[in-house]
Write a protein that binds this ligand. Structure first.
Ligand code: AMP
Length: 422
C-alpha cells in the first residue's frame, strides 16, 4: 500500500515523500482514513509505530480544508505527557505542514512562558502542549480553547501514570463539547478505558501491530553479573564493542547520576536525562546524543518515554524495570522503522524474578551470557529489589553457569510493582 491511497492531499503527500517514507505503517493505514472521515479514534500504539504521523497527517488535512478564521484561534490541541514528546510532535507537525498554510507551536513547563505567549498571540492553528503549562496559561487568560475542533491525547497511559487526570478533566471542561477526539495509548488499563469513555464519542478502535513484532526485530541478550560489577562490565562492553550512541536505562534518578559520573571517569562521554534535570539540561543532553558528541545517554523510564532517536543501535538495561511492559518500551528504542538493534540487560541475582516476568510477557527466553571476571555473586540474594533499591534478606545460592532458558528465580509474587516517579 502507498500513501497515495489514504485520501491525503498533494501538499501532505509531498511532505511525506520529503521525509523519505514510501509505505504507511499499519497504524497509519488504519487510522488515517478513519480520522479523515471525522471519526473519534481510540488507538493502541506505542512509540516507534509511526503513530505521530498517524494522527498528524489527517489532522492537518482536516484543518486545511476548514474555513480559515481571521484571528487564528487554536483549532487543534495535542496533549502529551512530557516536554520531550511535545517537542517531537511539534517537529513532526512542522515538517508535515511545510506546504500548508497552517501555523503551529509548542508549549511546556520548565522554561520562560513569555516567548510561548508571544507566539500564541500571533495566532496558531495547532497547539502541542503538556497539561500543566497549558492550564497555567489558560488560567492567566493568555490562551483560549473555545475553538478546538480536534483534540489528541498522545500516550494517554503515561499521562495518567504521571498524575495528569485532573488536569485533563479541567482542560476538557473549557473546550467545546462538539469536537473530534483521538486517544493514543500503549496500554489499556481500566483507567484508560474510563477516560476513553468520558472523552470519546462512538470511537473506532484501531490497533497497531502487537508489541511482540517490534521485539522480534531486536537482538536481545542478558549478561548475568554481580550487582557491584555492573558499572565496570558496562564500561568494558562499550569499550570492547567500540559502541557509539548507547541509551542506558537505570531505575532511579540517583542511579542515573552515579553511573554517568562513572562513565565520564572512564573517558566515555555521558549525560543523564531524568525528571530532576532542567529543561535546558535535558535538551542539551538529547542534542549532544543525537549529534554524537555524547556517546551514552543515561535515562530513567519516564524521561526516556517518547524520545525519538531514529536508528538507535544499542539499548542497555543497566537495571531491569520491575514493570515488564517497560522493558518492551525501553528496547523499542532500537530496531525502529525496520532497522535492527541490540538490546542488552545486565541482570544481578535480585532481578531474577523481573527477568522471568519479562520473558513471560515477550514469550521467549533471552540468551544469557557471563563475562569472565564479571561472574554473578553465588551468595547474592535472589529476593527482588524493593522500591528500586536495597536487597532482600533471604539469601539463595545462584548458579554460576546460567545459560539460555534456565534462569534461576525466587517467588515474584511479593515484588513491588509500584511505578516510581522518575
Ligand atoms: P513514532 O511512532 O511516531 O514515534 O514514529 C517512529 C519513527 O518512525 C519516527 O522516527 C518517524 O519519523 C518514523 N516514521 C513514521 N512513519 C513512517 C513511515 N511510514 N515509514 C518510515 N518511517 C516512518
Amino acid at each position: 500500500m502507498s500513501f497515495n491511497s489514504l485520501g491525503l492531499s498533494d501538499a501532505l503527500l509531498k511532505a511525506v515523500s520529503k521525509q523519505g517514507y514510501t509505505t504507511p505503517s499499519p497504524i497509519q493505514q488504519k487510522a488515517i482514513p478513519l480520522i479523515l472521515e471525522g471519526k473519534d479514534v481510540l488507538a493502541s500504539a506505542q512509540t516507534g509505530t509511526g503513530k505521530t504521523a498517524g494522527f498528524t497527517l489527517p489532522m492537518l488535512q482536516l484543518l486545511s480544508l476548514g474555513q480559515p478564521l481571521r484571528q487564528r484561534p487554536v483549532r487543534a490541541l495535542v496533549l502529551t505527557p512530557t516536554r520531550e514528546l511535545a517537542a517531537q510532535v511539534y517537529q513532526n507537525v512542522k515538517q508535515y505542514s511545510t506546504y500548508l498554510d497552517i501555523r503551529s507551536t509548542v508549549i511546556f513547563g520548565g522554561v520562560n512562558q513569555n516567548p510561548q505567549v508571544a507566539t500564541l498571540r500571533n495566532g496558531v492553528d495547532v497547539l502541542i502542549a503538556t497539561p500543566g503549562r497549558l492550564l497555567d496559561l489558560h488560567n492567566q487568560r493568555l490562551l483560549s480553547l473555545a475553538n478546538i475542533e480536534i483534540l489528541v491525547l498522545d500516550e494517554a497511559d503515561r499521562m495518567l501514570d504521571m498524575g495528569f487526570l485532573r488536569d485533563i478533566k479541567k482542560i476538557m471542561a473549557v473546550m467545546p463539547a462538539k469536537r473530534q477526539n483521538l486517544l493514543f495509548s500503549a496500554t489499556f488499563s481500566k483507567d484508560i478505558k474510563a477516560l476513553a469513555n468520558d472523552i470519546l464519542n462512538h470511537p473506532v478502535l484501531v490497533e497497531a501491530t502487537p508489541e511482540n513484532t517490534t521485539v522480534d526485530a531486536i537482538d536481545q541478550q542478558v549478561y548475568r553479573v554481580a550487582k557491584g560489577l555492573k558499572p565496570d562490565l558496562l564500561v568494558k562492553l562499550i569499550s570492547d564493542g567500540n559502541w557509539e550512541q548507547i541509551l542506558v536505562f537505570t531505575r532511579t534518578k540517583h542511579g542515573a547520576n552515579k553511573l554517568t559520573k562513572k562513565l565520564i571517569s572512564s573517558s566515555i562521554t555521558a549525560m543523564a536525562i531524568h525528571g530532576n534535570k532542567s529543561q535546558g539540561a535535558r535538551t542539551k543532553a538529547l542534542d549532544g546524543f543525537k549529534k554524537g558528541t555524547v556517546r551514552v545517554l543515561v535515562a530513567t523510564d519516564i524521561a526516556a518515554r517518547g524520545l525519538d532517536i531514529p536508528l538507535l543501535p544499542h539499548v542497555i538495561n543497566f537495571e531491569l524495570p520491575n514493570i515488564p511492559e517497560d522493558y518492551v518500551h525501553r528496547i523499542g528504542r532500537t530496531g525502529r522503522a525496520g532497522a535492527s538493534g541490540l538490546a542488552i540487560s545486565l541482570v544481578s541475582a535480585d532481578e531474577t524474578s523481573f527477568l522471568r516476568d519479562i520473558e513471560k510477557l515477550i514469550g521467549e527466553r533471552i540468551p544469557m551470557e557471563i563475562v569472565e571476571g564479571f561472574e554473578p555473586d553465588p551468595n547474592a540474594s535472589t529476593e527482588p529489589i524493593k522500591q528500586g533499591q536495597g536487597q532482600g534478606r533471604n539469601s539463595r545460592p545462584q548458579s554460576r553457569k546460567s545459560s539460555a532458558g534456565n534462569s534461576q528465580s525466587s517467588g515474584s509474587s511479593n515484588r513491588n510493582r509500584n511505578r516510581r516517579r522518575n
